[in-house]
Ligand binder design. Sequence first.
Ligand code: NAD
Length: 339
Amino acid sequence: MKIIVTGGAGFIGGNFVHLMVNKYPEDHIICLDALTYAGNLATLKSVMDKPNFSFVKGDIANREFIYDLFEKIKPDIVINFAAESHVDRSILDPEVFLRTNVIGTSVLMDACRKYGITRYHQVSTDEVYGDLPLDKPDLFFTEATPLHTSSPYSASKASADLLVLAYHRTYGLPVSISRCSNNYGPYHFPEKLIPLMIINALHNKSLPVYGDGLNVRDWLYVTDHCEAIDLIVRQGKVGEVYNVGGHNEVNNLTIVKTICSILGKSENLIEYVTDRQGHDRRYAIDPAKIHSDLGWLPKVKFEDGIVKTIEWYKQNKDWWEPIISGEYQKYYESMYQGK
Ligand code: NAD
């Protein structure tokens, strides 16, 4: 089979490409990525020379380019990870989120309709459900929870999800959607909470925590998410949405304190900064459907995954040092140092 993985030079897409190339030597994996600030070819270094892997640079929202590519490749499966993915950046400038996340999704699906595929899979997020109150720990997002977004990022992802379901109903496109909780693990871009805190702590720099730090996220190790997507694409039902999560709710402050403790750093590095606008309070996924229908369960416990992740950042400075010394530094200073 020929499988196009968009956004494969990013965090989750990159981990997914590694899984697919190694697990399915008989399939051909084509990574399509625009290499925005978040895309990094170094993430794909270990698969670049594999005979069942190709990389194509390109923009999913460029219709002419996408149609040409599909004409040439005639893919069997398309898995769409490509997105603008950072909530803070969507608050600064929503437009590129609409272009990539909404228009890009529709262009890809139009190409799927034109050239025919057996599955289009959309990688989505639990953020499409909005947030839950902290004082109702029994409430979880199910696939039936209404979409109720808070940020331009989540609104763009929810719009894309609605388009995906509409293409299934209107055109009969064989689609599926996964909505996953927060991921962590290797190759995570340094602007996101866990890598940001690890890298700052390694440099004895302050650890900026939004608001009171009590916002809760449901954390899942990235390879568990990748395995869930592989399963949904191969065994999940067409037209269905599957929530993916590990029932591992932790607040941001606890995450930061855990990182300090593992690295032997003082909690005095923690600095409370002005809260994110519209900051979601709690996300919590109910993954009962993917468990009962497909038998998926997460394999990596948080206490092991966080240690593995910290170790990876310690051992792979050559991956993240070039990122934090470039354009990213200006973004970081404007976000956290009032410049
Ligand atoms: P990321 O920002 O690390 O990677 C996104 C990738 O998409 C980058 O390689 C980038 O170059 C590429 N890209 C961006 N615009 C593009 C375009 N127009 N055309 C082609 N490529 C483009 O993101 P991530 O954290 O790996 O997230 C991947 C997907 O998973 C996203 O759709 C995101 O919404 C979803 N998701 C992420 C999380 C999480 O915790 N990170 C959780 C649930 C769902």
